[in-house]
Write a protein that binds this ligand. Structure first.
Ligand code: NAD
Length: 267
């Protein structure tokens, strides 16, 4: 039988971290060697996520976990402030980082790539682990070659701070790479109510809907003469990210250097 991949989870007590702990404890190809969180230390990792006792007690010190638990991969879902030092520390101990935390600067990504190369290990930073969302972006970029008139509509919960969402911005970037420059709509158009036409990006518009009860949805609507095309992804809960996290854990064992963006794994 193939050896299990030994995984350390940091941010284990957070919303995403708990899903990762559940994934690792329940997956036969993965083994949890340590769970780290600032706020849940002392709890059993299994109990923390509603499973039976795992024997892995949540600790607050990542460095000890990296040095002593025998983990091969660190999965990090913490905060933008913590994730960079955590990643540097993991690389120092030869533990491959698989990072879901958002907020890395291009300079930090370049530095982490260099560190991974020097250490001879693989690493992954993926601001979006949802395979469905990545496919939506890829399909939308492909469709934009043939349907250059489009609008993006994204839906999130009403407490989200930033608009548009990171996924919508990434979709817009990928579409812009594939689409011929075009300013849509009537050049004389005027907004009667400010913002009615949404945010402007490279000739097309992005609309952000914020409502309680919504988790994360996005659609790209293409208009052509006599037809329209909609590409839509609906995300209902955090568990939807886990197939991507597992794929990241497996992939990172097989290359050297840091890959930024899960889309590089999807052909
Ligand atoms: P959260 O606030 O629920 O959890 C963060 C956890 O990290 C907390 O339990 C906190 O105690 C812990 N923590 C903070 N600093 C730490 C440190 N130095 N060491 C150990 N633990 C530490 O947040 P969340 O909703 O789980 O999101 C976490 C991150 O993941 C955010 O950056 C979010 O944007 C990102 N995210 C990414 C994806 C993706 O697909 N890549 C999906 C959802 C969220």
């Amino acid at each position: 039988m193939k050896a299990k991949i030994r995984v350390i989870v940091s941010g284990a007590g957070g919303r995403m971290g708990k899903e990762v702990v559940k994934l690792v404890l329940q997956d036969e190809e993965l083994e949890l060697t340590a769970a780290v969180d600032r706020s849940s230390s002392g709890s059993d990792a299994g109990r923390l996520v509603g499973l039976e006792e795992s024997g892995i007690v949540v600790v607050s010190d990542l460095e000890t976990a990296l040095a002593e638990s025998g983990g091969e991969v660190l999965v990090d879902f913490t905060t933008p402030q913590s994730a960079y030092p955590n990643t540097l520390l993991a690389i120092k101990y030869g533990v491959r980082p698989v990072i879901g935390t958002t907020g890395f600067s291009p300079e930090q990504i370049t530095e982490l790539d260099k560190q991974c190369q020097d250490r001879g290990i693989g690493g992954l930073i993926a601001p979006n682990f949802s395979i469905g969302a990545i496919l939506m972006m890829k399909f939308a970029a492909q469709a934009a070659k043939y349907f250059p008139h489009l609008e993006i509509i994204e839906y999130h919960g009403d407490q989200k701070l930033d608009a548009p969402s990171g996924t919508a911005i990434k979709t817009a970037e990928m579409i812009s790479e594939a689409r011929q420059e075009l300013r849509q709509g009537n050049p004389k158009e005027e907004e009667v109510i400010e913002g009615a036409r949404g945010g402007y990006y490279n000739g097309f518009r992005i609309h952000s809907v914020r409502l309680p009860g919504v988790f994360a949805q996005e659609e790209v609507v293409f208009g052509g003469y006599g037809q329209s095309l909609k590409i839509r992804h609906d995300s209902y809960e955090r568990a939807g990210y886990m197939p991507g996290v597992k794929m990241g854990i497996q992939k990172v064992m097989g290359y050297t250097g840091l890959i930024y963006g899960f889309e590089h794994f999807i052909e």
